[in-house]
Design a protein around this ligand. Structure first.
Ligand code: TRP
Length: 343
């Protein structure tokens, strides 16, 4: 182990990709198409990939232990069933890598408080408080305030150079880079690798069954892994109209948009032709969507159900990864400890 510690940390770019997944909801097809599938496709291009369940980040919004435990398994089983190959991608629980939290303590000391004041999540909440004439920090825990520091530590501990994120997380990766830079400069070291974000382009807004953006908070989602009956129940509720459609207007409907996101272009064009020629109506179109969901996600749904029926398989996978990557986390931490003089 000592010899690993002494190895120089290579800072070559684009070798290590890292993604954190907050277990705050059961993933739906919008999450799969917009985030899970693109992330899995991207990982192939990297020599090292780290995907983890950000359970300590989730604590900021999930405060019931049972929910956190269930959501962690749901999310882990979802990614595994969606095709995450744990022999190629390190897949672990954030809470299992204690080095992250130790590094965070070090990072605290090089992070100006003013930087945290400007972070979106904190700022949004403190602005709301001001507007409501409450004290600025009303209802704000340190977990929310230091959320970006924990995220910086997640990223830096594995010497990640590439972090794919949605728009809302860009600021967090930038601050991680700034913190790393400040640390390296202050201690004249290259112990921390500077990460870069890449914007993850998922599909353009997928509508939910009511036509608004598909989102857990609107309760308008279509489940990703389900049974035929569950998919039927959800698809039946997709909003439709009683207009006569041309191919152009049909392409604006909610059902079309969901269908096109799930099915192949050929099947989608067949649907457009059949519907606008009047061969089929909404009921048939919905039945066809259910068939497409089964075709695309049916066998993965069975994998998901098997994993959820025996969660020890999930634990085994997550534990194995943590054990494999611990030496790398320790190496980064050791380099940081050496740089600051506690070693
Ligand atoms: N904050 C991210 C989100 O809300 C999750 C996350 C935690 C993360 N740590 C990370 C993402 C590190 C990328 C890298 O989605």
């Amino acid at each position: 182990m000592k010899s690993y510690y002494n190895r120089p940390i290579m800072a070559s770019a684009n070798t290590t990709v890292l993604t954190g997944i907050k277990p705050t909801g059961v993933p739906h097809i919008g999450n799969f198409l917009g985030a899970i599938s693109p992330a899995l496709r991207r990982a192939i291009d990297f020599e090292h990939a780290y995907f983890f369940i950000a359970d300590y980040h989730a604590l900021n919004s999930v405060d019931d232990p049972r929910s956190l435990r269930d959501l962690t398994y749901n999310v882990a089983a979802t990614w595994l069933a969606a095709g995450l190959d744990p022999t190629k991608i390190h897949f672990y629980r954030q809470s299992d890598i204690s080095e992250i939290f130790e590094l965070e303590t070090i990072l605290n000391t090089v992070t100006p408080k003013g930087w945290m004041n400007k972070m979106h999540a904190y700022k949004a909440q403190s602005d709301r408080n001001k507007e409501a004439n409450k004290s600025v920090d009303s209802n704000i825990n340190m977990g929310l305030y230091t959320y970006p520091l924990l995220m910086a530590s997640d990223i830096l501990i594995f010497q990640s150079d590439t972090v794919p994120v949605g728009n809302d997380q860009v600021q967090h990766v930038e601050i991680a880079r700034d913190i790393a830079q400040r640390f390296n400069k202050k201690y004249k070291t290259d112990a921390l690798v500077l990460p870069q974000y890449v914007l993850e382009e998922g599909i353009e807004e997928l509508p939910g069954i009511d036509g608004r953006k598909m989102s857990k908070s609107y309760g308008n989602t279509i489940p990703l892994f389900a049974t035929r009956a569950e998919w039927e129940q959800s698809v039946r509720k997709i909003v439709t109209d009683s207009l006569t459609h041309t191919p152009e207007t049909f392409r604006l409907t909610v059902l079309y948009k969901i269908f096109a996101a799930v099915a192949s272009p050929e099947s989608t064009e067949r649907l457009v032709a059949d519907f606008t020629e009047g061969t089929i109506g909404w009921k048939d179109a919905k039945d066809q969507l259910v068939e497409q969901l089964i075709e695309r996600f049916g066998s993965a749904s069975e994998t998901y159900a098997k994993l959820m029926a025996d969660k020890s398989q999930i634990d085994t996978i997550l534990d194995k990864s943590s054990n494999e990557i611990r030496t790398k986390a320790q190496a980064t931490l050791y380099a940081a400890k050496k740089a600051i003089g506690v070693r």
